[in-house]
Design a binder for this molecule. Sequence first.
Ligand code: XMP
Length: 317
Amino acid sequence: DWTPAAFVHETVEKIKAQVGDKRVVMALSGGVDSTVAAELIHKAIGKNLFCIFVDNGLLRKDEFETVLESYKHMGLNVKGINAKDLFYGKLKDVSDPEQKRKIIGGLFIDVFQQEATHLTDISFLGQGTIYPDVIESVSVNGPSVTIKSHHNVGGLPEKMNMQLVEPLRFLFKDEVRRVGREIGISDIFLGRHPFPGPGLAIRILGAITPEKVNMLQEADHVYVEGLKEAGLYDKVWQAGTILLPVQSVGVMGDERTYEFTVALRAVTSVDGMTADWAHLPYEFLAKMSNDIINKVKGINRVVYDISSKPPATIEWE
Ligand code: XMP
């Protein structure tokens, strides 16, 4: 019978045997998978694990600082890299979703490689790959039609030419969470909704500007905190806000406004492959609409997405 405790014990021994007294470098994303994988490797080899956490400027509000602090608190040897301007620069005027993904995936590899070359004697690359990623990357690269290309899995290994350490390769998401709980990973990581690698870039329809990122971070913050306060966060599989490339007329006091629209998205799902729009209470939606319009400058209209997957997808891009 599979138990988290036995898995942790076996996996730590395996990593020790595989890595010995060599060094491992690894990119952290702030998500469950890379965090649990890093902590397992850390348990096995301690300070010989070097972690890199990149701020691409497309994370949620305050997320980079908060998560970096948590990593340090866990005792991980982690370096935070501020690469915001690099990402914003290369994404300027780019509005095609797949082009955005390509640029973000490519830049991430560049930044990571650049940092990794400063580290000496690195022999292994740690990764938080889980079983569904393995299957998905096969179909993403296969002959079937690519709906959205994910860049989390591909890319790095080939470019780095290093041996992989992938402690979660045969686990499903719920098992990863159980392992995380077993080794004392904070609920900040374990209870977190999935968040796409390209981050807010694919939730800003059209071209990205730092101002739009700010606006969306604020709206997203109001929404996510609102879901938590209302006890709804854990009831949905994923939630977020989308900034539409549309301005519309509104009225504030006795002034005419001409500002942006934000769409709220919340879905229930088991694995992200199919999803239903979440039937959030009207009162809650009304409060979110008021709070967002009152608190976030530049937004004068809020809509709720009532599309399921298929035929829609969870993300709008
Ligand atoms: P879709 O929009 O395809 O999303 O219904 C399904 C799940 O995948 C996430 N997603 C991504 N994750 N890189 C990622 O790491 C991506 O490019 C990407 N696109 C979508 C999405 O957030 C949802 O959880």
